[in-house]
Design a binder for this molecule. Structure first.
Ligand code: SP5
Ligand code: ZN
Length: 339
């Protein structure tokens, strides 16, 4: 399995996020990657840098104005003379206008963000771009004949929509990988999202399409982040009707129920006739995760990897969440080596 990763990830270090009414140190830290790299090294899995892709490659999935915002956001923040954390404080909720994008940085930030837990710092754009390039490179390798690849992406991506950021995500790495596979000849691509949180961004991007199946297993949005998408009755729209499938599970779900649900999700991928698979791999399903509530143990991650592999599809595995930093390496590499 080829492993793609950029050390530019470290340019994004958010510092603090708004969590339960307090500014707390970010859960999504550069140290997460250090633990994964260490585990990859122990498993003798060498890491390669991504190829360069032009920012235009992003526009197959993302809105041009949004990409422009991400590129300039921090410079605008500084130009406005702001100190403090770059976090939004007002959002265009029901009854407010969304047909105008405010010119000021606070309004613009609220327009594009959907939470106040995803800080932008000076290096965020470069890190997010490098993360997207890792996913695109991992997909390109599959198109060139590799059977499997792993993009060690940071920042993660599955919460980022066509023109929204949040949930520690800026650019949707998994969606970009799926689109790259489509553009390079795979007629039907499935995205299977096993991060603890619903991949609302990926779902939104492919919601009206029948060429990319989106299947997600996650903590129920009734109580779990991102709260406003990921219910079982969301099944796609127009041509995409029937090509989105959600499996929300109760907080506290353990391996036995998880495994049965994963078997159903894999069945959906197989029935779809996917020619290639993108896995949004979050290991925040781990019992020790500080912000999540499933009960998967260390020993279950290799079982998950083996179940994914049984599909026998060309597969791009994209790193998403996982916040029990000291265990994240073992859990991720447990999936990869079993795969
Ligand atoms: C990629 C990814 O995993 N993003 C997750 C973003 C979650 N951010 C908000 C977390 C709010 C969690 N609230 C804690 C509830 C504990 N039961
Ligand atoms: Zn997550």
């Amino acid at each position: 399995m080829r492993v793609i990763h950029s050390d530019r990830h470290a340019l994004h270090d958010g510092g603090f996020e708004l969590h339960r009414g307090e500014l707390v140190p970010c859960y999504e830290t550069p140290a997460r990657v250090a633990y994964i790299l260490r585990a990859l090294e122990r498993a003798a899995m060498p890491v390669e840098a991504p190829r360069e892709f032009s920012p235009e490659a992003l526009l197959r999935v993302h809105d041009a104005g949004f990409v422009e915002f991400l590129r300039n956001a921090h410079a605008q923040w500084r130009a406005a003379g702001r100190s403090g954390r770059m976090l939004p404080s007002g959002f265009p909720a029901r009854g407010l206008r969304r047909d105008r994008i405010p010119a000021g940085i606070n309004g613009m930030m609220g327009y594009y963000a959907f939470d106040a837990g995803t800080p932008i710092v000076e290096g965020t754009w470069q890190a997010a771009l490098s993360s997207a390039q890792s996913a695109l490179t991992a997909a390109a390798l599959i198109a060139e004949g590799e059977r499997s690849s792993y993009a060690l992406c940071r920042p993660p991506g599955h919460h980022a929509g066509g023109s929204t950021y949040g949930g520690y995500c800026f650019l949707n790495n998994a969606a970009l990988a799926a689109q790259e596979l489509r553009d390079r000849g795979f007629a039907r691509v499935a995205v299977l999202d096993v991060d603890y949180h619903h991949g609302n961004g990926t779902q939104e991007i492919f919601y009206a399409r029948d060429d990319v199946l989106f299947v997600s297993i996650h903590g129920t949005p009734d109580t779990e982040y991102p709260y406003f998408l990921g219910y079982a009755d969301e099944r796609g729209i127009d041509a995409g009707e029937g090509f989105t499938r959600n499996f929300p599970l109760a907080a506290g779900t353990g391996w036995e129920d998880y495994r049965a649900t994963l078997a159903q999700a894999l069945d959906d991928v197989a029935k779809f006739g996917a020619e290639a698979l993108v896995v949004s791999l979050g290991v925040d399903t781990f019992e020790g995760d500080p912000i999540s509530s499933f009960k998967l143990g260390k020993r279950h991650f290799p079982l998950l990897g083996a179940m994914l592999a049984a599909l026998r599809l060309p597969t791009v595995i994209v790193q998403e969440g996982g916040y029990a930093a000291e265990e994240i390496g073992e859990n991720v590499v447990g999936v990869l080596t079993a795969f």
